[in-house]
Design a protein around this ligand. Sequence first.
Ligand code: FUB
Length: 439
Amino acid sequence: MTASTSRAGARKTTSGNPILTTLYTADPSARVWDDGKVYIYASHDMDPARGCDLMDRYHVFSSADMVHWTDEGEILRSDDVSWGRPEGGFMWAPDCAFKNGTYYFYYPHPSGSDWNGTWKIGVATSDKPASGFVDRGYIEGLGGFAMIDPCVFADGDGRTYLFYGGGGRCEGGELGDDMMSIKGGMREMSGLEDFHEAAWVFKREGLYYLTYADNLHENNRMHYATSEHPLGPWTHRGVFLEPTGCSTTHGSVAAFKGRWYLFYHNQAISGQGNLRSVCIDSLHFNDDGTIRTVVQTKEGVPPAGGPPAADSDARTYDVSAGSVGGGAALARHDGFDVATGLQAEGAYCEFGGIDGGCGGRASLAVRYATPERLAKLRLTVNGADWSLINALSTGHPASLTGKASITVPLAPGASNTVRLTGGYGEITVASLTVSLFGD
Ligand code: FUB
């Protein structure tokens, strides 16, 4: 296997929408941490989907400029949750908070087979924002309704509040110093009109905002309400995100480098309401603090701040040094080999001898061409089935401009094998670029 330094792709001028295309992601909770980056804690719609039952394996995504996003890898799956429902799945909309050197990842998950009667708010912690999370159990003493979509809001005075809710009821309460208990109990949030789910609380210029999804049939919208206090009472202010084309809607609001953004999801890539994709658009306030209706764009947002750091230690592995099989073949293209024939079921190209350094997280970027609107590849790493990954159209079967990126763990040394199996549309693969995170 030969490797070369990275063939850097062109930098993007806007984020584009959806911003996350390799995996299906939904319910984005955006958090800005002290390292100067914005992180998205999202749900993962596993492909192929079965309703929202099989959602699992949370990934985190980060960016230094809102335009270029890095998959930080998977942080938690239902198999890691000892108290969780035996059948797994149902890892729905999460959020993350930071206190005293610890990141707290909150996620809704049922504890029993009767999933809708056993929702809990689970908590996993880490000393890093996007890796190393270990489950700590769930918040005791809560229950009685569809307790989904936790949002944790840290006020400027050191107090932190938990919100959640589904099925028409939204509750809020203050978290204890341990971030896993409730001080004084939860209470229903009053003044919200047509609340369905997806509560999100933020503060701007001393005013608290609570955004949420409504019940509009098959076409949920996002509303917002405001209050002088973090736990209300709330005054309903109206709709600020019209239907996205997806039956569910769910979003978060964050300020980054002086601008405000709405993070939300649609189904633009898949056309399916249970295979969703995260988007970003700008959020604008009027002088009186009201929110203007968000304009949903395909361009997304321009860069915030300076240019992102380049992948300095990326290594590119060419298909010619690996192997192909199952009906795939090598062909010459512009002086180098590419893997073709991957539309056949079972056809694959394999990259062996991939150097995982000391072992740990590594970003894998597949360079490809496809004339299909949406082709897919099944990713296997060291024999373990990882995921179906999306490859969006490059416009022409020979236009090798596509890049699908995902972060996975690699073993130490040059011992790793990455296999891409086709059977999901016409696609040509040119190379695999591996960037180690060093942890
Ligand atoms: O993603 C599963 C559920 O769909 C979320 O918890 C809801 O907010 C809706 O987006």
